[in-house]
Every structure is written in structure tokens, then in C-alpha cells.
Design a protein around this ligand. Structure first.
Ligand code: SAH
Ligand code: SF4
Length: 439
């Protein structure tokens, strides 16, 4: 009989991609996905620990899962991903209803671990070799969507920004072999996916092992038949090359969007964060990108409340935002991660100040995002339709090439279609409009 699997995914797109691979691996040993957690035979938590808020949420969820175990003692519960890597054995000590914990570099062994637990029911923890070999095999993921496919091209990070736990829980940078990436993309295209999204913590340092850099890889992927749209993330400003900008400017399927996390807008804080660029350098990079790709949309990440942040640093960041004019920014309150250098820095910022600064930062950026979107009112944009809205099946959602979300009403199915939508209402986060042509 078919066994049922629920995967609870937390954190970034990389975790979404990893969960899709876990589903593919476990299908081979008889597990089919279900959203109905109460009926699952196996629950996997694919976890995140980039901020304390994520961690708290996951620990809360783990507590909640105990009731399912009491109802069904045969249920298996495993923890994977970044928090599994970070807390390892502690997880089972704190929550004895958990059955296994597998670290980020051990995902390849998941079917083996599940099968051996099924027969021996012996608790198991393995977080070894965090920078270890990428396990590939012939498994293709079971993807969550049907339009856009996430394809990891590298794992890990070597940058050691002083606030960040990622290099510790994901290990050193390792690139997937180009032929494996191409095979996966071709398979996704054959399955009908129109958009490919290449993923890595720092995609611009791809390929050190193979003498094929990211710009070359992107150019080759752009040449694969059947891809309508090609995206990638994340780019570290220090590694974004002129060659890449040129490939983007000339690659007809490469979308006009770069997510370029700046993290902060003052040199003092950037230096303490170990970001290895200055505000001036970042601004000149933006200028170069915009000169080569005039309709590019730029998004970023920012952290407020980093140790030693003064009001002056913060005002510099607001000025910086006004100068760059990002299309959108993801803003975070600094979260101390034990084991990172910044956890030992003096000059902690109090919670009230952190929250006030976050609100001010968001207010400044939201105004800019709205202004940018308002410029699109009355224009027609190309939208790749992703699905119907959850609340109204006659409202479809999709994205522009610049990665802006668009809503438009329509009666019949259009998922996977490229359509033209005339924008009649711009908001801070979304655009609304009407279908213009059928193509
Ligand atoms: N590799 C990517 C993303 C890393 S994590 C990059 O370098 O941009 C995603 C975002 O989480 C980061 O860009 C950063 O803004 C935020 N982040 C990381 N560590 C954090 C911390 N300790 N506190 C708050 N935000 C953090
Ligand atoms: Fe973390 Fe910095 Fe690496 Fe991004 S580049 S994952 S922020 S250490």
C-alpha cells in the first residue's frame, strides 16, 4: 500500500528546492505526498535557522506534532535542513517524539535512513561532513508548481558575513556539475516548465571546480530550447561580473531582474558585516547594470539593528535607499546567531530601536516601491501565468519578467501561458490589470 508523506518546508527557495528533491527520493520507496498531515505515515520538517524567529516557529511546530505521534505511534517524524544541521542531537533530546535528524549534506541518504527506521525503529542522527560531496543520483524532484522550476546549481557559502549562520550549516561552496544541471533543466522543460530559476547562496561564484563560471553557465542555459524565462538568485555584489551583465543584456530569455542583497547603507557597518564592498562600489555596480539593462528591476535584502549601528548609520541607509530606488526590499531585524562572529560584538542595539528602525526603513522603501509600480499604470506587461488566486478561481496570478506579481480576472484556465496584461492599478507589492491579447 502507498505510504503518505508530508513535508513542512521553512526558509528560503533553496529549501523549497530541497524538499522537492526529498519528495522525489521518497517516491522511489513508496511515499506519495499529502497535505493532510493527520493522515501522514512520515512527516519531514525541512528547517531553517537564519533568524531566531524561524527557529522558534519550527520548535513550536515540532511541539505540535507530538499529538500526531500519540494518535499514531507508527508515524515517523524526521528533521532535515539548516536547524537539523545546527542543533543535531539536541533536537531529539528536547523533543523525544522525533525519530531522526539528518544534516544538510546527508540528504542523499534520506531513503536509506527512512527504510532502516521502518524496520529497526532506532533513532538516528547524522550531521556529519557538512561540506561533503553533493549526492546526485538519478532522482528528479517532484516539483511543487507546474510553471517555474527551481534548479540548485551550487550549495554552501564561503563568504562568512559576520551575522550569518549559513556557512556553518550549509558548509563550503560546492558546484553541481554542468551536465547534471543541464540534464535536470531539460527534464523540467520536457515536463512543461516554462521558467527556470537557478539557485545558490552566491551563484556568481559558481564553477570554481570546473573552469566554467556563472556567466558561461547562464549563457549556455539560455540556449536550451523551450525555456521562456530564466532567472537566478542570489548574487553577492562582490562577485557580479561585467561578463554576467553582458550575458544578461544579450540573453533574450534572461529576465530583467537581479536580487542583489546590499544588507546595509553605511561603510562602517558593511565593513563590520564583512561584506567586502563599500556603498560607493555598490552604487557604481547599480549604475553599470542599469546602463547595460535599462529596464532592469533591482531588489535587495537589508538588516537593521546590527551591533554598533548608530542613528547616523541608519540615516545613511535611508539616504542610500532613496538614491538607489530599489523595486523592492526584504527587510530584517538583526538576529543574533550563536557561533557567528557578530554574536560577540559589542554595542548591541535594543529591541525598541530595532523595531522603530525597521518600520522607518519599510516606510521609506514602500513609498519607493509604490512610486515605481505606479509608473507601470497604463502600460502593458508580459505575464507568465502561475495559477488561480486561492480566494477566487477567476482571478489569475503571474509575474512580469521583472518579477512583479500581477493579478487579472479571467474565466478560463491560463496557467503556464504568457499573456499581456494592461495594468490599471498599481499597489506597493502587486499590480492589477486586465488581459489585453490572447497569444
Ligand atoms: N546568500 C544570500 C542569502 C542569505 S540568507 C545572500 O548572501 O544574500 C537571506 C537573508 O537573510 C540575507 O540576505 C540577510 O539579509 C538575512 N540574514 C542573514 N543572517 C541574518 C541574521 N543573523 N539576522 C537577520 N537577518 C539575517
Ligand atoms: Fe550568509 Fe553572507 Fe553567505 Fe549570504 S553571502 S549566505 S549572507 S554568509
Amino acid at each position: 500500500m502507498e505510504k503518505k508523506l508530508t513535508i513542512l518546508t521553512y526558509g528560503c527557495q533553496m529549501n523549497v528546492a530541497e524538499s522537492e528533491r526529498m519528495a522525489g527520493q521518497l517516491a522511489k520507496i513508496g511515499y506519495a505526498l499529502t497535505d493532510e498531515i493527520a493522515t501522514a505515515d512520515l512527516i519531514l520538517i525541512n528547517s531553517c535557522c537564519v533568524r531566531a524567529t524561524a527557529e522558534d516557529k519550527i520548535y513550536g511546530k515540532i511541539g505540535e506534532l507530538k499529538k500526531y505521534k500519540l494518535q499514531n505511534p507508527a508515524l515517523i517524524i524526521g528533521v532535515m535542513g539548516c536547524l537539523a544541521q545546527k542543533d543535531g542531537e539536541e533536537l531529539i533530546k528536547k523533543s523525544p517524539h522525533l525519530d531522526f535528524v539528518l544534516g544538510t549534506a546527508r540528504r542523499g541518504e534520506l531513503p536509506k535512513v527512512v527504510e532502516s527506521f521502518e524496520s529497526a525503529r532506532k533513532k538516528f542522527v547524522d550531521t556529519s561532513n557538512v561540506s561533503g560531496q553533493i549526492v546526485e543520483g538519478e532522482i528528479f524532484p517532484i516539483r511543487a508548481g507546474s510553471v517555474s522550476a527551481f534548479v540548485p546549481i551550487m550549495y554552501g557559502c564561503n563568504n562568512f558575513c559576520t551575522y550569518c549562520i549559513v556557512p556553518y550549516v550549509r558548509g563550503r561552496e560546492r558546484s553541481r556539475r554542468p551536465e547534471e544541471i543541464f540534464a535536470e533543466i531539460k527534464n523540467a522543460v520536457d515536463c512543461g516548465f516554462k521558467e527556470i530559476n537557478l539557485l545558490g547562496q552566491n551563484v556568481n561564484s559558481y564553477g570554481k571546480e570546473f573552469e566554467k563560471n556563472f556567466a558561461q553557465l547562464l549563457a549556455e542555459v539560455n540556449g536550451i530550447d523551450g525555456i521562456e524565462r530564466l532567472r537566478f538568485m542570489t548574487s553577492h555584489p562582490k562577485d557580479l561580473s561585467d561578463e554576467l551583465i553582458e550575458v544578461m543584456a544579450n540573453g533574450k530569455n534572461i529576465c530583467e531582474h537581479i536580487h542583489l542583497p546590499v544588507q546595509y547603507g553605511s561603510d562602517k557597518i558593511l565593513r563590520r558585516m564583512n561584506r567586502v564592498y563599500t556603498v560607493e562600489k555598490y552604487l557604481s555596480l547599480v549604475k553599470k547594470i542599469r546602463a547595460a539593462i535599462p529596464n532592469i528591476s533591482l531588489t535587495t535584502d537589508l538588516i537593521v539593528g546590527f551591533p554598533t549601528e548608530t542613528e547616523e548609520d541608519f540615516q545613511l541607509t535611508l539616504d542610500f535607499l532613496r538614491e538607489v530606488q530599489f523595486d523592492m526590499a526584504f527587510t530584517f531585524i538583526y538576529s543574533e546567531r550563536s557561533g557567528t562572529p557578530a554574536a560577540n560584538f559589542e554595542g548591541k542595539v535594543d529591541d525598541e530601536t530595532k523595531h522603530r528602525r525597521l518600520n522607518e526603513l519599510m516606510a521609506v522603501q514602500n513609498k519607493i516601491s509604490l512610486e515605481k509600480n505606479l509608473q507601470l499604470e497604463g502600460t502593458t506587461v508580459e505575464v507568465l501565468v502561475e495559477g488561480a488566486s486561492k480566494t477566487d478561481k477567476n482571478i489569475f496570478t503571474g509575474r512580469t519578467r521583472t518579477n512583479k506579481a500581477v493579478l487579472f480576472p479571467h474565466e478560463s484556465e491560463r496557467v503556464g501561458d504568457l499573456v499581456h496584461v494592461k495594468i490599471n492599478q498599481a499597489q506597493t507589492w502587486i499590480l492589477k490589470g486586465n488581459l489585453e491579447t490572447r497569444d
